[in-house]
Design a protein around this ligand. Structure first.
Ligand code: 6R9
Length: 635
């Protein structure tokens, strides 16, 4: 395999090489993959346009690198251990050989439906092995998968189906979440009411319960797979052919369909997995992320499987049947690597240490976190009690757009510091830029986190809107990729991520655009307008605080209107976007030019209105006092 780093000196050496000769460095990493045709150039790029190409003109299929390349050594080894929601239900297991057979069957079934290279496929599924299988089946035939997290509402799903122009949707009758079942098929039906493009819906039967099937459109999973061969030659793709689209929230308007490439994403997800986690043969890797998010794509599916890893996939929620479930899973599968989100750690921490009693945690070697800053309390708890002072905690900073980890410790190699993502991985050149566009050199500086040089795993475009791609990431600071995060580089050169500097909030590690939530609230017939901000929340990291202008409250009074606003957000986006606090206000603080001064609302929501700074540009300064007096937090 590629260069694996195992000493701090080795890290600095690799890092230096990757900066002084990036093309040589990445060619070396890429050399260990199976290419049908080698590249003519390592990279060709231009951040002004922007165009980004890696391993130009090379041909490959990513699934051949997961399967065929490793079958001789790994064929009989376990690829997936799947743990169901209900601990009393039987678990399921796939070796690499078995996984390949069913991936091929599913790929052949998709082909039979007329799906071919370049077509988009929407996956709206619970966390069952069939979801991973469907992802890989798409990759096998060069179809572009777009996984939509199965907690999104019918409207959110409909928007994504339309934007991706998908002709086929794969789903399940129901999904399990703790004691509840979620009627996924019914949500799909609702989402497709207004769509004529989707001609086929494939329904995996997760439960015994039957659901209505629409004639000529819907087909059950078993029928879909019937009489399909376990052989399916891999479609040979160009390195730059899209592998998948994944929607994520931005600071304005509709979610963006982030497009990832085949060759570059493969090299980057595999390289970063191997190095950050220091996974070794015989280890067992458990990532709690849903495949509906980028972490599930890069570090449940592609990165680990490209490394021949043994993964544990869990269907349910972390606190069910009780708050010891994660540790039961660690014990049951002898998990060595546990990758999760700070919000999960905080939630379990508050439940108390009695849930750790009698749990077998001694197999653990490495703990990873992702999605949001990890506060020091959570870091220490997971380090001391879960990792038992033995396991390095790797705080990994990255984004949907970056495809893989960017700034993180190399487990057991980079000395860690609580709440610091530490140092950039080889190939990553972070730059800190102030609001005037000046690069902040040296240590003990802070500003906007940008990246100077492309890396293979970075996004290539926004589906159907390349101009928006340029505007969002390459226009704010000329010549650089702009992440949207603020960062501090401390006196040791260590990076600490400070959070978003734009109108994106991070709730339990899920990215949500405030504009998206406002749009949903404003759909309410009695709402004039609204402003949504994040505020510090002990478990979720950030909570959602909505200031809503709603002159008439009609029947049901304030409580009624708040409830119907919540229902509306649930319906239009999904429960993850439901406001934690809704304050009805007579008006919003606006400048004379009509701009909402979110800064003020953010400060109020954070409970700190002692120095609101200059509010002289406000049209009506009194509104600030009114909002403070009726605030739902102590100000
Ligand atoms: C992988 C993922 C990206 C945003 C990112 C940042 C925040 C992610 C973090 C972190 C502090 C970390 N974020 N990891 N903040 N420390 N280790 O989460 O992708 O859903 O696109 O979110 O999450 O604000 O910009 P995505």
């Amino acid at each position: 395999m590629f260069n694996k780093i195992n000493t701090l000196g080795g890290y600095f050496h690799e890092y230096q090489k990757s900066v002084s000769e990036p093309e040589k460095f990445w060619a070396q990493q890429a050399d260990s993959f199976y290419w049908r045709q080698r590249w003519t150039h390592v990279t060709q790029w231009d951040f002004e346009k922007p165009t980004i190409n890696w391993f130009c003109n090379a041909k490959l299929n990513i699934t051949e690198n997961i399967f065929e390349k490793n079958l001789y050594t790994h064929g009989e080894q376990i690829a997936i251990d799947w743990e169901p929601n209900d601990p009393n239900e039987a678990s399921r297991q796939y070796t690499y050989q078995e996984l390949l057979s069913v991936v091929n069957q599913t790929a052949n079934a998709l082909k039979r439906e007329g799906i071919k290279k370049g077509d988009t496929v929407i996956l709206y599924m619970p966390m069952v092995p069939e979801l991973v299988i469907a992802v890989l089946a798409c990759a096998r035939i060069g179809a572009i998968h777009s996984v939509v997290f199965a907690g999104f509402s019918a409207q959110a799903l409909a928007d994504r189906v339309r934007d991706a122009e998908a002709k086929i949707v794969l789903t399940a009758n129901f999904g399990y979440r703790a004691e509840k079942t979620i009627a996924l098929k019914q949500i799909v039906d609702e989402a497709l009411e207004k769509s004529d493009l989707v001609q086929r819906v494939v329904v995996y039967q997760r439960t015994q319960k039957e659901v209505p099937l629409k004639k000529d459109r819907d087909i059950l999973w078993d029928e879909f797979l019937a009489d399909t061969s376990t052989d399916c030659p891999a479609e040979i793709l160009d390195s730059e052919d899209p592998l998948f689209i994944l929607y994520t929230s931005g600071s304005t308007g509709q979610p963006k369909g982030i497009v990832h490439s085949t060759g570059g994403y493969m090299v980057y997800s595999a390289y970063t997995f191997a190095n950050v986690f220091q996974y070794q043969d015989g280890d067992v890797y458990f990532c709690t992320a849903d495949v509906g998010w980028i972490t599930g794509h890069s570090y449940l599916v592609y990165g680990p499987l490209l490394n021949g890893a043994h993964i544990v996939m869990y269907e349910g929620v972390p606190s069910w049947p009780d708050s010891g479930r994660m540790w039961d899973i660690v014990g049951k599968y002898q998990v060595t690597h546990f990758y999760t989100a700070p919000t999960l750690i905080r939630a379990l921490l508050t439940m108390g240490n009695e849930y750790l009693e009698g749990k077998a945690l001694s197999s653990l070697k490495v703990i990873g976190t992702v999605g949001e800053p990890i506060n020091e309390d959570a870091w220490h708890w997971v380090h001391d009690h879960i990792g038992q002072n033995r396991c390095p905690v790797v705080d990994t900073w990255w984004q949907t757009e970056t495809g893989g980890v960017m700034i993180a410790p190399i487990a057991g190699v980079t000395p860690t510091k609580p709440s610091f993502a530490t140092l950039p991985l080889p190939g990553i050149q972070p730059v800190i830029i102030d609001n005037d566009g000046q690069e902040q050199r040296g240590n003990s500086v802070e500003g906007n986190l940008c990246i100077r040089y492309p890396w293979p795993g970075m996004a290539r475009s926004i589906w159907g809107d390349h101009e928006r791609f340029k505007q969002t990431y390459f226009s704010q600071f000329e010549h650089y990729y702009f992440s949207g995060d603020g960062v501090r580089r401390d006196e040791d050169g260590y990076y600490r991520i400070l959070g978003r500097v734009d109108d994106v909030i991070n709730v339990s590690g899920h990215r949500l655009g405030t504009a998206e939530i406002e749009n949903a609230i404003n759909e309410h017939p009695l709402v004039n307008e609204s402003a949504v901000v994040g505020y510090p929340h002990p478990i979720k990291g950030q909570g959602i605080y909505a200031f809503v202008v709603c002159p008439q409250t009609s029947t049901g009074g304030e409580a009624g209107i708040k409830q119907s606003i919540e229902q509306g957000v649930n319906k239009l986006i999904g429960p993850i976007a439901r406001p934690d606090l809704i304050q009805l206000v007579p008006n919003l603080p606006k400048t004379r030019s009509g701009k909402i001064m979110r800064r003020i609302l953010r400060q109020i929501a954070a409970g700190d209105a002692t120095s609101l700074g200059d509010i002289s540009t406000l049209l009506d300064e009194q509104i600030v006092d009114i909002i403070i007096n009726e605030a739902l937090v102590d100000v």
